[in-house]
Design a protein around this ligand. Structure first.
Ligand SMILES: Cc1ncc(COP(=O)(O)O)c(C=O)c1O
Length: 389
């Protein structure tokens, strides 16, 4: 260890993404002439819709490259509010919408707003890893609660009540979830919101995958919880990961403080990205995005039974996002080793459970169906040959 490098204690507690190691190893294989089926990547393979790209080009060519308000362009805040009304049947005042630099910045803003040193935030384990790191960066205490198939791999009102202490400040729920693709049933979400209200806690719901819901109408917690903080994004449903644009819906009384934080942390979200995002709500773009959602659904319908057939455990069928969290314990090695073996043995890249927490992480892997059907079929055929040797 280089003793000249002195960093704050929090840095040591922030884990790197293990999936990056998978990606590095996959690239090395590709450089050596092997082909790899990439099922480790957590972003849509579809390109950004053409009208969105054209709107960005127009904005840049027209010189629209200066800072906007820290809260975002007023017309984009209005367009997002209109999308809630049209798509989810929910009325949200544009003044409650804060446009952010990806939902990552939205999550950071909420945590900066709410978390004092040692405040506890309840999270599911497994869950999206950055969430616990945001809490830690702010000197709070992320509390991972083990969840499994019995609760759809999600927190419940009962789990929240049992884990509540005087230091608990709130709970963060991602529905649909990364890595499990499962959702909190709507009735349970109501019970959770009631439990939080009874305890004076804050409910934060990450709805970044809500647009990618299959088989049922997507429902936002905003239907009934005006006091919740809701995080969302242009990254996934709208296919704009690299444009770094998301938003937060916050109770109106907090917007002034959120604006202050955004001004100081990053000044404003990217202007060309905001101009581009206005074209997300054009009917032609929404029609294209719905086609793509159906494509994701068809991929899921292929992959989940195929994995079960191979011997993976997928006890709850994912109904959103583009991930399958699969139990690989039938194959006799821990999941990190299993990911390495599968990559080397048959050129399929998947993510070990360790990236998503500690609970049974050594027996789970995440598959992302962010590749086309032909590649998915190739991946499954490779796994079948490798696992049945
Ligand atoms: C559950 C969840 N929340 C938030 C994010 C952050 O996404 P972005 O900052 O691109 O909006 C991700 C990205 O993978 C995610 O899976």
């Amino acid at each position: 260890m280089d003793t000249r490098i002195r960093t704050a204690a929090r840095v040591a507690e922030i884990a790197p993404f293990h999936v990056m190691e998978v990606q590095t190893a996959a690239r090395a294989l590709e450089a050596a002439g092997r082909t790899v089926v990439h099922m480790e990547i957590g972003e849509p393979d579809f390109p950004t819709p053409p009208l969105v790209v054209a709107a960005a080009q127009r904005a840049i060519a027209g010189g629209d490259v200066y800072y906007t308000s820290a809260l975002g362009l007023p017309e984009l805040r209005r367009a997002i509010a209109a999308h809630y009304a049209d798509h989810y049947g929910v009325s949200v005042a544009p003044e409650r919408i804060v446009v952010t630099a990806g939902s990552s910045a939205a999550l950071m803003l909420v945590m900066a707003l709410l978390v004092n040193r040692d405040d506890r935030i309840l999270l599911s384990d497994p869950g999206y890893p950055c969430n616990r790191h945001f809490v830690r960066v702010l000197e709070g205490a992320p509390v991972g609660i083990p969840v499994g198939p019995d609760s759809n791999y999600q927190l419940t009102a009962d789990l929240i009540e049992r884990n509540w202490t005087p230091r608990t400040r709130g709970a963060l729920i991602a529905s649909p979830s990364n890595p499990t693709g499962t959702v909190v049933p709507f009735d349970e979400m109501r019970r959770i919101a009631d439990a939080m209200a009874d305890r004076g806690g804050e409910l934060i719901v990450d709805e970044i995958y809500l647009g990618l819901t299959y088989g049922a109408r997507p429902r936002s917690v905003l239907e009934f919880a005006d006091d919740a903080f809701v995080v969302s994004s242009f990254s996934k449903y709208f296919n704009m990961t690299g444009w770094r644009l998301g938003w937060l819906v916050a109770p109106e009384r907090h917007v002034r403080d959120l604006e202050k934080l955004a001004q100081n942390l990053y000044i404003s979200p990217a202007t060309p990205s905001q101009r581009a995002a206005l074209a997300c709500f054009e009917p032609a773009t929404l029609a294209l995005l719905e086609e793509r959602r159906h494509a994701f659904e068809a991929r899921r319908d292929f992959l989940v039974p195929a994995l079960r057939e191979l011997g993976f455990g997928v006890p709850v069928t994912p109904t959103g996002g583009f991930f399958v969290y699969a139990d690989c314990s039938a194959f006799g090695t821990d999941s990190e080793r299993f990911c390495r073996d599968v990559l080397e043995g048959c050129g399929v890249a998947i993510t070990p459970g360790l990236d998503f927490g500690a609970h049974r992480a050594d027996r789970h892997v995440r598959f992302a169906y962010t590749i086309d059907q032909a590649k998915l079929e190739d991946g499954v055929a490779r796994l079948a040959r490798f696992l049945r040797r």
